[in-house]
Design a protein. Structure first.
Length: 120
C-alpha cells in the first residue's frame, strides 16, 4: 500500500506531498509493525526533502509530537511535528482509539540512538 504524506519544512511557506511505499496491509488490518513503517516513513520523507540527494539516515522514533485526528470527509490522519517541520499522513480507514494505542506502543519501545546520524 502507498501512503500519502503532506510535509511542511520549517522555513518554507509551502507544503510538499510525498509517498510512503511498502506498508503491507490496509489500515484496518494494521499491526504495530505497520504503524512503525508509517511513522518512520513520515520522518524519512521529511529528511529526504530537507537533504535531497543525500543518503538515508537511521530513524529514531523519539522526540516527536503526534496526534491522530478525525478527517473531515472520513477516517483519521496522523500528524507529527519535530524541529525539522511537520507531516500529516492519511486519511486512513481505522479506529482512532486503536491507532492511538498502536502509536503509543510503538513509541514506547526503546530504539538505537546515534546522535548525529539520526532523524527524530
Amino acid at each position: 500500500m502507498t501512503v500519502s504524506v503532506d510535509i511542511w519544512l520549517r522555513g518554507n511557506d509551502f507544503a510538499t506531498t510525498a509517498n510512503i511505499d511498502g506498508v503491507p496491509r490496509a489500515p484496518r488490518d494494521w499491526t504495530d509493525d505497520d504503524v512503525r513503517l508509517v511513522l518512520e516513513g513520515m520522518l524519512r520523507a521529511m529528511d529526504r526533502l530537507k537533504r535531497p540527494g543525500e543518503g538515508d539516515r537511521e530513524i529514531a522514533l523519539r522526540g516527536l509530537s503526534w496526534i491522530v485526528n478525525p478527517y473531515e470527509s472520513g477516517g483519521v490522519v496522523i500528524a507529527i511535528e519535530i524541529t525539522l517541520g511537520a507531516a500529516i499522513a492519511g486519511p486512513f480507514d481505522i479506529d482512532q482509539a486503536g491507532l492511538e494505542a498502536m502509536i503509543t506502543r510503538v513509541l514506547s519501545v526503546p530504539g538505537r540512538i546515534h546522535a548525529s546520524d539520526t532523524v527524530h
